[in-house]
Write a protein that binds this ligand. Sequence first.
Ligand code: SF4
Length: 181
Amino acid sequence: MGKPVIATASLAGCFGCHMSILDIDERILRLVELVEFNKSPIDDIKRFTKPADIGLIEGGCSNSENVAVLRDFRKNCRVLVSLGECAVMGGLPALRNSIPLKECLEEAYLNSPTVDPGERVIPNDEDLPVILDKVYPCHEVVKIDCFLPGCPPSADLIWEALTAIIEGRPLNLAYDLIKFD
Ligand code: SF4
């Protein structure tokens, strides 16, 4: 049997959760022995070339492309993990959820003092992803199997969860891995 396959993606996130994956330090050498990476910014593979055992999703869904990528991950990953607060509950991008989308766009592209007066236009190229009315956590779009909290989740939490899933162990996360006070 081959190594378990891992895929990762960043949707409406800041890549901080991906940085936390890399924060496992020297354990990354064990990780590459244990698993094979497929679609991921870590190896720059753009499309699934085979089904994955584990998908790690950073960020929630803020636009139509986020939704398409997330559905593609659900289709291709046996275990899908919401990695970090943005994936779990929308996180910082979801601060816009209490403000109508039209107002957000006007503030960003028309009224902001940093916008060049000659360039006050809301982007509307048909090739751009459609911005959603609000930012959705991943489990409101597809079924999620595992939630790892934190902004970002610590490297130790990610390591413990990943190795448990790979080895088929129950996810018994110690309290100090998931407390943030
Ligand atoms: Fe960045 Fe925090 Fe969101 Fe992760 S949870 S993508 S670190 S803002």
